[in-house]
Design a protein. Structure first.
Length: 401
């Protein structure tokens, strides 16, 4: 019984870390401890790098959005890396008159290897930053201008706002859109104001100076989380550009979503195992940033968080180990943060009632996500990358949004 109490208490503490980090961030904002942004006004020179593996369905939508950027044409370039493609990706890119590098290496497969190969071939001394976009995404017309407002960019990273391109396809995609708002508008917005690093994902803007210094250092199946941990350990600033909107196609069925969710969770846990002790021991960041980084890497996502909490509270109520009341209280308190962010995101949605109705699917989805989370444990470590299925329906959002 004591062992069970310790296990439940440890789990409750892990689930409470994001709430604790948010409270410390709020305290820092109230006390005025915020990180000032750069004041440079010169437009940075950007390279949009698009790694693509068999993306003939969606690559042209991505390139079309980039060619429509409201940014001086002499201040940005586009480059596609067609990595081990067996479809018409490279052909379509060239027909669109966009530069394309073709890479064929069956021994070193996957996006991280493609990025390393491409970065080694870039004129980094002539660039301010490299923006890495997935081939199934589109960007808003003011995307580059929003990133430019975070200049100087050479020695820091900036994360764009990841939105959902097809929010009305299903209840699944609508919930994903709400959770995207909860993360990028509210959770990451708070971190930005408090001077804490935000996690990296699609649409990351990486300073050319960092790439000159480190090359491409992230090779796990969770390469975005690994780069976040790598830069945070070294004290590199990662800012949020909430005005820079990127739209990604969300999986609209559970079957299509399964491999993606397992890869994300397995990749994050892999990074936590590899970088947890390094983040705790580094001298380049303070205790609040250390706590926040560990909270991000150990976070299981709001839906899995809800499911785990309900299971743990149920076990505590039935078994009643020593300290059961305190454990149950801590578990319940851990839901304050994801609950508050979700409510705010639903209220901010253009169709709040429709968003709320989508959450009627939540009980079934929570059970499914718990199963996927258990399966994701098998993805920890060096595992092969699995491509998420795509569909070729037109994107629901306009890049000018």
């Amino acid at each position: 019984m004591i062992a069970l109490s310790l296990l439940l208490a440890a789990g409750a503490l892990a689930l409470l870390l994001p709430l604790l980090s948010d409270l410390l961030s709020l305290a820092g904002i109230v006390l005025g401890r915020q990180t000032a942004r750069g004041g440079a006004r010169a437009l940075p020179r950007l390279l949009f790098l698009v790694p693509a593996h068999n993306e003939e369905l969606l690559i042209l939508s991505c390139l079309d959005s980039l060619t429509r950027l409201e940014y001086p044409a002499d201040r940005f370039d586009i480059l596609v890396v067609a990595d081990n493609c067996t479809d018409r990706t490279a052909e379509l890119v060239r027909q669109a008159r966009v530069p394309c590098l073709e890479r064929t290496n069956t021994d070193l497969r996957g996006k991280p290897q493609a990025l390393r190969w491409a970065v080694q071939r870039l004129p980094l001394d002539k660039l301010d930053a490299v923006v890495i976009l997935d081939a199934d995404t589109t960007v808003s017309s003011d995307f580059a201008a929003a990133l430019a407002r975070r200049a100087p960019l050479r020695n820091k990273a900036v994360q764009a706002y990841n939105d959902v391109a097809n929010p009305d396809d299903s209840a699944l995609t609508k919930m994903a859109a709400v959770l995207s708002t909860a993360n990028h508008r509210f959770a990451y917005g708070l971190k930005e104001r408090a001077g804490l690093n935000v996690p990296l994902s699609a649409g990351m803007c990486v300073g050319a100076g960092l790439l000159e210094r480190y090359g491409w250092p992230a090779f796990s199946i969770g390469e975005d989380w690994e780069l976040y941990a790598f830069l945070t350990e070294r004290g590199v600033r990662i800012e949020a550009a909430t005005e820079a909107r990127l739209f990604a196609q969300e999986a609209r069925s559970l079957r299509q979503s399964a491999s993606q969710r397992k890869r994300w969770m397995g990749g994050k846990l892999t990074v936590l195992v590899r970088y947890g002790h390094r983040l705790l021991s580094t001298r380049h960041i303070g205790p609040v940033q250390k706590l926040d980084a560990l909270a991000e890497l150990s976070g299981v996502g709001p839906v899995v968080h809800l499911g785990v909490t309900l299971v743990a509270v149920g076990v505590t109520a039935v078994v009643r180990p020593p300290g059961a009341a305190w454990i149950a209280l801590a578990l319940a308190a851990s839901l304050i943060r994801p609950g508050a962010h979700t409510v705010l995101a639903i209220a901010a949605d253009p169709r709040p009632l429709r968003a709320l109705r989508a959450f009627g699917y939540l009980p079934f989805y929570t059970i499914w996500r718990l199963g996927v989370a258990v399966a994701a444990l098998g993805m920890v470590g060096e595992k092969p990358w699995v491509k998420t299925g795509r569909h070729n329906a037109a994107l629901n959002r306009h890049t000018s949004d």
